[in-house]
Design a protein around this ligand. Sequence first.
Ligand SMILES: [Zn+2]
Length: 227
Amino acid sequence: MTHAVKHHPGIPLLEQYVEGTLEADVALAVAAHIDLCPHCQQLCQDLAVEQGTQLQLMEPMDTNTSEPDWQAMMDSIIAESPDTAELPKQHKGPVTVHWKDKTFQVPRALARLVEQQTKWTQLGSIANNKLPAGDKRHVSLLYIDKDTAIPQHTHLGIEITLVLSGAIVDEQGQYGVGDILINTPDDTHTPRTLPDQDCLCLSVLSAPLKFNKGFTRLLNPLQHFFY
Ligand SMILES: [Zn+2]
């Protein structure tokens, strides 16, 4: 699986991530993206160097010794976020998520959360597993069967979606494994899966989705389903 990641969190988010100032639940999505994205791994290393050694900004960094620093940086970032203060020993082996007879491998950054997954709730061909999160945001694993559309919606807050398996297509383009979609209250979209491929993603919401179309009697349960 060598999908080239095309949609990244963007420099401001990565900067906050490296600084350790990002909210824990957003940092989690960014960390999981970084696990899947060599491009952002390099960027974060560069940002860490930049932030750590402002005075030597013009000096080229020694990439040969960057590997241990990266891990140390990750550890310190994770340790700084209050929700994950007492981090257990490094998770070994693949981290997997199961839905019915399917098994998905997900980034290590999600290991601790995945261990605490709750029961899946299913609504048609979509299933949601709400994960323990900080008080400000709602984090869940979202399984969407192939050829399925999530009804058109806008966002009352920020919606961050990280594709973990399969792909999502919306009005803006197609998102594959590792791609991160960040939607704000200005964005309206109708995400759907490909005709022949189901999808697992991580969803971080700061406020409920607002569905624009469909049967009124379905909108309320739909909102509760995602948030
Ligand atoms: Zn990236």
